[in-house]
Design a binder for this molecule. Structure first.
Ligand code: F6R
Length: 609
């Protein structure tokens, strides 16, 4: 995800910015840039690709000055390129902005500014901010930023400089992290602690809705309305490795905890303010083209394939279009029946998986329209697909996919609703009902995460076994497949996921005294059936952990231990029920002393067939 660094002091800011950005490289990025106030005014240097490209540009044309802002960009609005990199300036080049997050109403703001004569050069939402601040400036940069922020909706962290007040660095936080580092005769901003740890361990952690004015001599904290705030300094005693993980023990745990934000970011601008409609501007299909879709193929690998299984239920239930799922490594060798009326959806976190890419090319060769769901803007899959829905989960570093999977689920919910509203297969009230429940998911995930200790205890019991089973019906079956993969991948415990009704056709022979069975039963219409299957394994000695929806008192009567997830719309339960399964794998792996973030034999991106 993007990184922010800012400096005001007496040293050469260019070097401090570059060193700070290097500390944020682990987050992933595809371009970088700095703005520095020099004797020739505010100057910007930016480069696509690695920081080394920016360093070489700065080597040829250094920016000398003692106040500056820097940024590593991970593309969201607009492809990775020099021009889309931050910092962004206004037409006068007197204001410069770095930004993390998303400005949801940037199109409306951009149109308004264009009407006033502003000329935009990039495809980004960020450029709107520099123009907006410039248009509101009346001699006081703090007031101009406050006024601009009042006009913006979304989640963002900002660093702002203006040539008119060259001793001031302004920082803003609204649902996107930002910290202030306090030194002697120098002060810093950073999107993460590692960016500034080399220079100071004294920080102010900004809360949502707060901003700061930094000069060489001090830091003033205030609300976005301008009320001053006094706060104790926080002394960071983490080492750099702990700081990269934001204090979590592993990237996987950090990424599990980032899911509420990933849900919010992926839904973001795509939910119309009315709450009754999905807006997918990135899907270029006309209503006629959507109406001509006869069938859908969802093709992916591993965890992304499992997201596609949920996608099938969502699209079939909401849009009433038949869907087939394929493992990408099988797809092109089975001569799939693809016609121009087939919509092929490829799902890939990295956008570089060789099998998925090959499936995409096969689908295009056969004349299908290809829609990609990917986490990486500018990836091969994103470049070659006709339409791309980007999941805004941010870079996933742990090999085991968590936040990318759940963001893929969100993308499928949005797509299913979008198809349904275009085809008229659901009425407006039904769509509004799902949207209302979607919006509540992030808080419900937070509620599950708050009960991690309960899952940890269950995981520690499971970690002593070498075999176990997962069972579920309907969409719960798709989720247990993912739960089982996650457990195998990082704990190395053998597990099988079964459609609960299928056990008695052979697998029941493996159920013996004490074997753990994790039963997922969130679907009301299938609950009684799943209970029958639970009784089958209980009768043969299994120890059953049941995961069910809050409010259902029946599960506790039939299983040995229970865990409840908050109630939601039946189609949305996977976005909640998978969270305890992710935590279960994490804690089981931990209990077994494994390398959680880098499981044996596996790579994050599989670019070979
Ligand atoms: C499991 C996991 C893998 C990936 C698979 C596809 O946790 O991460 O199963 O889901 O290798 O990768 P992408 O989504 O990058 O195509």
């Amino acid at each position: 995800m993007c990184g922010i660094v800012g400096y005001v002091g007496k040293r050469n800011s260019q070097n401090i910015l570059i060193e700070g950005l290097k500390k944020l490289e682990y987050r992933g990025y595809d371009s970088a840039g700095v703005a520095v106030y020099t004797t020739n005014g505010l100057k910007v240097s930016k480069a696509k690709g690695r920081l080394a490209n920016l360093e070489s540009k700065l080597g040829d044309a250094p920016l000398d000055g003692t106040i500056g802002i820097g940024h590593t960009r991970w593309a969201t609005h607009g492809k990775p390129s020099d021009v889309n990199s931050h910092p962004h300036t206004d037409n006068s080049q007197k204001f410069s902005v770095v930004h993390n997050g998303i400005i949801e109403n940037y199109i409306a703001l951009k149109e308004e500014l264009i009407a006033k004569g502003h000329v935009f050069v990039s495809e980004t939402d960020t450029e709107v901010i520099s123009h907006l601040i410039a248009s509101l400036y009346d001699g006081d940069i703090v007031k101009a930023v406050q006024a601009a922020v009042q006009r913006m909706t979304g989640a963002f962290a900002l660093g702002v400089l203006t040539e008119y007040e060259p001793d001031k660095l302004v920082a803003v936080r609204l649902q996107s992290p930002l910290i202030i580092g306090v030194g002697e005769g120098e002060n810093f901003i950073g999107s993460d602690i590692p960016a500034i740890l080399e220079y100071t361990r004294n920080v102010y952690i900004l809360n949502d809705g707060e901003m700061a004015l930094l000069t060489r001599d001090g830091v003033e904290l205030m609300t976005l309305e301008g009320n001053f705030i006094s706060r104790e300094l926080f002394h960071v005693d983490w080492d750099i490795v702990t700081a990269e993980k934001a204090g979590f023990d592993h990237f996987m745990l950090k990424e599990i905890h980032e899911q509420p934000k990933a849900y919010r970011d992926t839904m973001g601008v795509r939910l119309d303010a009315s709450g009754r409609k999905v807006v997918l501007t990135e899907v270029g299909m006309t209503p006629e083209q959507i109406r001509s879709i006869r069938n859908v193929h969802i093709v992916a690998c591993g965890t992304a394939y499992h997201a596609g299984l949920v996608g099938k239920t969502v699209i079939e239930k909401l849009a009433r279009i038949p869907v087939e799922n394929d493992v990408a490594s099988e797809y092109r060798y089975r001569s799939p029946i693809i016609t121009p009326e087939t919509l092929v959806i490829v799902v890939s976190q990295s956008g570089e998986t060789a099998d998925t890419l090959a499936a995409l090319r096969e689908a295009k060769r056969c004349g299908a329209r290809v829609l990609a769901i990917t986490n990486v803007v500018g990836s091969s899959v994103a470049r070659e697909a006709d339409d791309v829905i980007v999941t805004w989960a941010g870079p996933e570093i742990a090999v085991a996919s968590t936040k990318a999977y759940t963001s893929q689920l969100i993308a499928f919910y949005l797509l299913g609703l979008y198809l349904a509203q275009t085809l008229g297969t659901q009425d407006e009230a039904a769509i509004a009902e799902v949207i209302a429940e979607l919006k509540e998911l992030p808080e419900k995930v937070e509620a599950i995460l708050a009960q991690s200790e309960t899952i940890k205890e269950i995981a520690e019991q499971i970690a002593t076994h070498d075999n176990l089973f997962f069972i579920g019906r309907g969409v719960d079956y798709a989720v247990v497949l993912e739960g089982s993969l996650k457990l195998k991948e990082i704990s190395y415990i053998h597990s099988e996921a079964y459609a609960a009704g299928e056990l008695k056709h052979g697998t029941l022979a493996l159920i013996e005294e004490g074997i753990p069975v994790i039963a997922l039963a969130t679907q009301h219409d299938l609950f009684e059936k799943t209970v029958s299957n639970i009784k089958e394994v209980k009768a043969r000695g299994a120890h059953v952990f049941g995961i069910h929806e809050a409010g259902n008192e029946e599960m506790a009567k039939v299983v040995d231990q229970v865990f409840a997830v908050p109630a939601t719309h039946p189609l949305l339960t996977p976005a909640l029920s998978v969270i305890p399964l992710q935590l279960l794998s994490y804690y089981a792996s931990l209990a077994r002393g494994n390398d959680v973030d880098k499981p044996r034999n596996l790579a994050k991106s599989v670019t070979v067939e």
